[in-house]
Design a protein. Sequence first.
Length: 123
Amino acid sequence: MTRWNSGRLDRIGDAEELDLESERGDGTLRDPVTMWVVRAGANLYVRSVKGTAGSWYRGTQSRHRGRIDAGGIRQEVVFREADPGEYADVDAAYRTKYGRYAGIVEHVLTDRARASTLRLEPR
């Protein structure tokens, strides 16, 4: 696993939103999707409110690669399925960062959303 350098980790983790472009099977990028991003420890994570049925999540599964743009950082990434043991820390990160959106943040804390938790690793 490739690690984030601290400057990029901080800037992306502190960004309110992230734009994610996943690679199609032919290597071209899909249109960007804007979503929330959280940092838990030395890792960055995203989730789909619609779980593994979400269209952007399904797009990440063809090559498990893409590009993100957040906090002034554009980075090629690998999408790794998070281990269920990581979910509690990711839940806590969502509650802390986006808790002010009480009615909305609960949608990324469901079992369906947890199943789509992806760890973003620099490439």
